[in-house]
Design a protein around this ligand. Structure first.
Ligand code: PLP
Length: 711
């Protein structure tokens, strides 16, 4: 019944069918300009007036005004401008006007950014002060009490968008009253509409912004409540619309649609009650607890909106959880800003003093008051599927059988890389450059694969501060094991080596740190599949110290042109490199590699960009290239959570790409087409293989669902 299960209602919502119909009518039938005095205009004016009257009743606006805007950000702008212009006037009259702009530490960014913007433009030089919250996310009223006498404007949201925490508006009002503060008060009520009874006119609140799209109206329509008697300065001037409070012809389709939502709220026959939503949240929370043992909720259940859950799962990043939920068709959002390479902790959770890992790994799951029992049933089932998928991946303890990974696993923490060698046949594992944040994950993976940890090695390139913990977990000493044998390398020299099933791992020591060669059946240059180069060779650059130059020169004699170079740092998400790729790049390694002609190969393709296919082009491409391999680079837990893939699709998670690269380079006749959840990782895989010299590489610039449908 459901394909997408949309659990991101705090970000936006679909549009209520009645709202779509109202907008349609406003465009086709009631399309007049409400400022026109003929009948068509009067009809539109009637719609506008009726919608405003309904909004006033629903919001409890009393004598206050409701202005239609484009959304909450505009409403916040108008409210802040109005308050600050009034502060400037108070100042000019020599009245007490306050010198602080106080805003809750967990406000949506629109609030502090707008405060800073108008403070600067109006040249007021007021001081912005973030009002701290307690561990429950509630404003620290004793601090507000101290600030209130000096406050010019106080901004405290009604309910938080990340956590659903509901503010104590009565408590805040009591503080403002008892301190005799003359501050204006704005309450961002975006997340409260339809979920809390705001009784606006019964409170001291001067301004309350709203956004239609958070409650089943379309984007581009919002409201601003202005208390009767509160000062107002319009953001726009012109034709005098909205009682001269917001000039510009009204967005009538949006207003009509919002009107349909407000009418449904007033009638009380469309949306779930508070108690029903609380019961739904309890079911989701129970399903999450069962699916992810150890889960931590980042918000108090009492005192939060019944529609929002915010949680973190130990050992799993928010991006990984989001990817997995997305694969299961469950749309949630990351509670933290992880658009950059480093997952930035959520400032909301940081303000609540949540532990760093919780603030960086948070996921928000939110539903709207239209949700019904069937929707929650389906969500519960999919959450259980995601829990099983995560356990089956071996990433968390308590593993069920895993799809085993054999070879080289690449684990990232921000820009740094740890490596795990798993040899299924011999049941042995070796860790290289174990970062502290990845030690527990590596331990889980080794145990889930039933492997014995043979060595915990460092190249010295990065702070591998998890090595001791990982070694201790398996009762071994970190470092090169004492019982290693000795083998002959490609240049005839001898080196200490570990036997891992059919593979051998040799250590190359240099003054700049250690490197390791992996090969099978021996370590003659042609058989070296991977080199863990650590500090000796980073992509395109060479450690300036002479000792590294000599280490690279030696390495160049021990490998072949397609040996996969595995580095300890990977800021550009290149995944891996090879001597041929480094030569083609022409960086600092090139002259050293040029001394070994066997390592040199002209670049395979003139272009540096792998070719993108749109999902729509895929079917025709596959028909024209029957040999092509379609490769899903999503991680094991995403694939397990997703609908079963057609047999033609091969699974090579991005973390295992370096294990497969040698084979693809050897057998390069078949075109490779990579895809992932969104296209980003597919593009990275394709760029990597192309850089390594594979002649026929593509990726799908589109979502996995579309690829699986076309395959
Ligand atoms: N305030 C809160 C609490 C919000 O959640 C949002 C949107 O996420 C906004 C303000 C901004 O709303 P809009 O982008 O619709 O202007």
């Amino acid at each position: 019944m459901y394909t997408d299960l949309y659990l991101d209602a705090n970000a936006t919502s679909s549009v209520l069918p009645a709202a779509c119909e109202a907008a349609r009518q406003a465009m086709l039938d009631c399309y007049g300009n409400p400022s026109s005095t003929h009948a068509t205009g009067l009809q539109a004016r009637a719609l506008l007036d009726a919608t405003r009257a309904c909004a006033q009743r629903v919001l409890g606006a009393g004598e206050g005004q409701v202005v239609f805007t484009s959304g909450a950000t505009e409403s916040i702008g108008a409210a802040v401008l109005s308050a600050l212009v009034a502060v400037r006037e108070r100042r000019a009259r020599g009245e007490a006007s306050g010198k602080l702009l106080v805003y809750g530490a967990t406000e949506h960014k629109a609030v502090p950014e707008t405060l800073a913007h108008w403070n600067r433009l109006l040249g007021l030089d007021l001081e912005l002060v973030a009002l701290p919250v307690d561990a429950q996310g509630r404003h620290r009223l004793e601090i507000l009490r101290a600030l209130a006498p000096d406050a010019a404007l106080v901004c405290t949201m009604a309910a938080n968008n990340e956590t659903g925490v509901v503010s104590d508006l009565d408590g805040i009002e009591a503080v403002l009253q008892s301190s005799g503060s003359s501050a204006y008060w704005m309450v961002d009520s975006v997340q409260a509409l339809g979920k809390l009874d705001l009784r606006l006119a019964s409170r001291r609140i001067d301004y309350a912004p709203f956004s239609g799209h958070k409650l089943y109206a379309p984007k581009g329509i919002g409201m601003l409540y202005v208390r009767a008697g509160a000062p107002f300065t319009p953001l726009t001037a012109g034709g005098g619309q909205e009682g001269a409070m917001r000039a510009g012809t009204e967005n009538m389709p949006g207003i009509a649609a919002l009107g349909a939502v407000l009418a449904a709220l007033e009638a009380g026959d469309t949306f779930r009650s508070h108690a029903q939503m609380e019961a739904m949240r309890a079911r989701l929370a129970e399903a999450l607890r069962a699916a992810f043992p150890g889960i931590v909720f980042n918000m108090p259940f009492a005192g939060s909106l019944p529609t929002t859950l915010n949680f973190s799962v130990p050992g799993v990043s928010s991006q990984e959880l989001l990817n997995m939920f997305d694969a299961a068709g469950v749309r949630v959002s990351s509670g933290s800003a992880c658009s950059s390479a480093k997952a930035a902790p959520s400032y909301v959770l940081a303000a609540m003093d949540r532990p760093d890992w919780c603030a960086s790994a948070a996921v928000r799951m939110s539903f709207g008051p239209l949700a019904d029992a069937a929707f929650i049933d389906e969500a519960v089932a999919r959450i259980a599927r995601c829990g099983a998928a995560l356990r089956a991946s071996g990433l968390v303890p308590g593993a069920a059988p895993v799809r085993s990974c054999d070879g080289v696993l690449q684990l990232r923490q921000d820009q740094q890389v740890s490596w795990l060698l798993l040899d299924a046949a011999s049941g042995s594992a070796v860790a290289i450059d174990t970062q502290a944040a990845l030690a527990a994950r590596m331990e889980n993976l080794i145990r889930a694969h039933g492997c014995q940890l043979r060595a915990v090695l460092d190249t010295g390139a990065i702070a591998a501060s998890g090595s001791a913990a990982l070694a201790a977990a398996f009762g071994i000493a970190p470092g090169w094991p004492q019982d290693a044998a000795s083998v002959t390398l490609g240049d005839g020299s001898r080196a200490a080596a570990l036997q891992l099933g059919a593979r051998q791992l040799a250590r190359l020591s240099s003054a700049g740190g250690d490197s390791y060669l992996l090969g099978s059946p021996d370590l003659q240059a042609a058989h070296v599949s991977h080199a863990f180069t650590g500090a000796a060779a980073l992509p395109g650059q060479l450690n300036a110290e002479a000792c590294c130059a000599s280490a690279v020169a030696r390495l160049a004699r021990l490998v072949h042109r397609d040996t996969v170079l595995c580095r300890a740092e990977d800021p550009a998400h290149e995944l891996c490199s090879s001597p041929a790729a480094e030569y083609a790049r022409g960086g600092a390694l090139a002259p050293l590699l040029a001394a070994e002609p066997s390592l040199v190969r002209a670049p395979a393709a003139a272009s540096n960009d792998a070719q993108a296919l749109s999902p729509a082009e895929l079917a025709a491409f596959l028909a024209a290239h029957p040999q092509a391999q379609l490769i899903d680079v999503r991680e094991v837990f995403e694939q397990a959570a997703s609908a079963a893939a057609p047999a033609a699709v091969r699974s090579v998670p991005l973390t295992e790409l370096t294990a497969h690269a040698p084979q693809w380079l050897q057998d390069s006749a078949a075109p490779l087409v990579f895809f992932c959840r969104s296209g980003v990782r597919g593009a990275r895989a394709a760029a990597c293989l192309q850089r390594l010299g594979h002649p026929q590489v593509w990726y799908v610039a589109g979502p996995a669902d579309a690829v699986l449908a076309a395959a």
